[in-house]
Every structure is written in structure tokens, then in C-alpha cells.
Design a protein around this ligand. Structure first.
Ligand SMILES: [Zn+2]
Ligand SMILES: [Zn+2]
Length: 327
């Protein structure tokens, strides 16, 4: 099979012929139709995050069909499934036992410690494959599986306040604004200063206000979610939220947060990170998505052009979601 392989941190993905993987106990073999591109893939390729194991086939927003496997109680052959970032949990640690499997001590992640979706086939733990709503095409379903899921978890953590600030208006934000508006909330979109295209994109999707990250919308926010991997946004967002408000950092990697006065945190403001997702987050969002219905702006690429997709994401040339479409 063809796969995009990373052989070292900071390298470039190479189109490579690999044997079709064999599903182990509890695993299924999935023929991949589409796989979303996430900023985390960029962090893996660039070596911002690494666990030292190479080669890696990245990609963790996988849409495909189960074609073989040993997943007892899992999806049957022929089922179209989504495979997200969280690819394995132990089921026995204190986190798994208390509804926080996203924090599992022995968690493994798709396209990082487990085979990813920038390939014609992948294997997945049958417990972490989710049947997808029929009304979604492959390329529309893919962005839900990380941008959607982790964004959804971040939004739940932000509480049920009326005014939400989104810092960074990319893939996750363009999905989550649809959920927020459907819930009757207001979204204030912060982009790079001067990013007029990003600001009009946000307004087109219903943002109440859109402006640069250095601007203030003239109202206090109940909560802010930081989607961009930029630590400088944390003190800015803290200044924009009301007393008791929270700032949620939704990315897996962020540049350092600059020093800021304690007064900006005072009045019970909080800063919190969001790690990964639980199967419950996945089930909830996949049930909610067709009701809204969430639509992604998709830029699609062939498998051999995966590196171009990553370059476009790095350079800010993707508005909405980049999706690799296979076969
Ligand atoms: Zn565990
Ligand atoms: Zn992701």
C-alpha cells in the first residue's frame, strides 16, 4: 500500500510502499477513504512533539471502511468508521476508571504511537472506531474527528456562558462556531492582526464580532478558547474575559506563555488546557453534528500531496479544513 512516512523529526513525509498492516487482537483493518490534516500532524512532522519512535505514518482524523479484523464487539466488516486521535487506553488506570480516559497513563495516539491515516490502509483498536452519520460524505466527516472533537471538549470546558471568544479562526473554530450559534451563543473571533480574510470568514459563519487578537470587542467575554498555538494569546485572552471567566487552551502544543501580572488572573479567572478526547466526547459530537448540521469548508488533496497540505496549513493558506482524499 502507499503511505506517507516520516522517518525523523523535522523531516518531510515520503510517499512509500509499505505492506498492508495486519490487525492484532482487538484490532480492525480499515481501508482509508479520507484523513483530515490537523495542526498536531504539523507538530509531529516538525518535531515539536515526539516520543522518539520512527518511522511514523501521521494522520488522526481517519474515515474508512472496516475490511478485516478481530475486534470482538467492534464494528463489522463493511462499516464506515471514524478513527480519532485517542487510539488506545488501558481501561484499568485511575483515569480510565473515573471517566477521564483522555488522561490515561498508557494512552496511545493515532498517527503518533499508532498507525495513522495518511495511507491506503490502517489498523485501529476496535473500541476506538466510531460509526459515522450517513448524511456525511468522507471529506465532510474527517474534520469532525479532531478539530471537531477536541474543539467540542474545549467548548464544554469553557462552560455555558453566552459570549465566547475564539482565538485563532482555523479548522476547529470554523466547526465550533456552528455549534455555539446553534446553542444560541455569541462568538467573538480573534485572528492575527490584519488578517482581513480570516475575519470575514468568521463573520460569514456568524461571528458577532471579528478583529485582531490585540483588539477588544467592547464587551467582556464569559470564556475564551485559544485554538492557535501561540502562548502570547493567553494573557491577552485573560484580559478579555470577565471575573470568574476561563481561558481554555485547546492545542496539544503552544509556544511559551509570557509573564503577566497576577491581577490579570485575579477574580477567579482560570487558565486550563484540554487534553485529547474521550469516547463519550466522540459519541456526543457525532450525534449532534447532523442535527445542526455542521458543514466544513474543505480543501482536499491527493495522498501524494500530503506535504503540500501541511505546508499550506503552516503558511496559513488553509481556511477551514485540509483533507487528504485517498483512492
Ligand atoms: Zn488508563
Ligand atoms: Zn488533531
Amino acid at each position: 500500500m502507499k503511505a506517507m512516512v516520516l522517518d525523523r523529526p523535522g523531516g518531510r513525509l515520503q510517499l512509500t510502499d509499505l505492506p498492508v498492516p495486519e490487525p492484532g487482537p482487538g484490532e480492525v483493518l480499515v481501508q482509508v477513504h479520507a484523513c483530515g490534516v490537523c495542526r498536531t500532524d504539523l507538530h509531529i512532522v516538525d518535531g515539536d512533539i515526539t516520543d522518539g519512535r520512527y518511522p511514523v505514518v501521521p494522520g488522526h482524523q481517519i474515515v474508512g471502511t472496516v475490511v478485516a479484523g478481530n475486534g470482538e464487539g467492534g464494528p463489522e466488516n463493511g462499516t464506515r468508521v471514524g478513527i480519532p486521535w485517542l487510539g488506545y487506553t488501558c481501561g484499568t488506570c485511575s483515569f480510565c476508571g473515573s471517566g477521564s480516559e483522555n488522561l490515561c497513563d498508557s494512552a496511545q495516539f493515532t498517527g503518533y504511537q499508532r498507525p495513522g491515516g495518511f495511507a491506503e490502509y490502517t489498523v485501529a483498536d476496535a473500541r476506538f472506531c466510531f460509526p459515522l452519520p450517513d448524511s456525511y460524505t468522507d471529506d465532510q466527516a474527517a474534520p469532525l474527528l479532531c478539530a471537531g472533537l477536541i474543539g467540542y471538549r474545549a467548548m464544554n470546558m469553557a462552560g455555558d456562558g453566552q459570549r465566547l471568544g475564539f482565538y485563532g479562526f482555523g479548522n476547529a473554530a470554523h466547526i465550533l462556531i456552528q455549534v455555539a450559534i446553534w446553542q444560541g451563543r455569541e462568538v467573538y473571533a480573534f485572528t492575527r492582526p490584519g488578517d482581513d480574510a480570516g475575519q470575514s470568514f468568521a463573520k460569514r459563519l456568524g461571528a458577532t464580532w471579528a478583529g485582531g487578537s490585540d483588539a477588544r470587542p467592547g464587551v467582556e467575554l464569559d470564556a475564551a478558547i485559544i485554538f492557535a498555538p501561540v502562548g502570547q494569546l493567553v494573557p491577552l485572552a485573560l484580559k478579555a474575559v470577565r471575573r470568574g471567566g476561563s481561558v481554555i487552551c485547546a492545542g496539544i502544543h503552544m509556544s511559551d506563555i509570557p509573564q503577566f501580572p497576577y491581577a490579570d488572573l485575579w477574580w477567579e479567572r482560570s487558565i486550563r488546557s484540554v487534553a485529547n478526547l474521550t469516547r463519550r466526547d466522540a459519541t456526543e459530537l457525532l450525534e449532534l453534528a447532523p442535527q445542526i448540521p455542521i458543514r466544513s469548508d474543505v480543501q482536499s488533496y491527493a495522498l501524494a500531496r500530503t506535504s503540500d497540505a501541511l505546508d499550506d496549513l503552516r503558511a496559513g493558506r488553509v481556511s477551514g479544513a485540509a483533507v487528504i482524499v485517498i483512492g
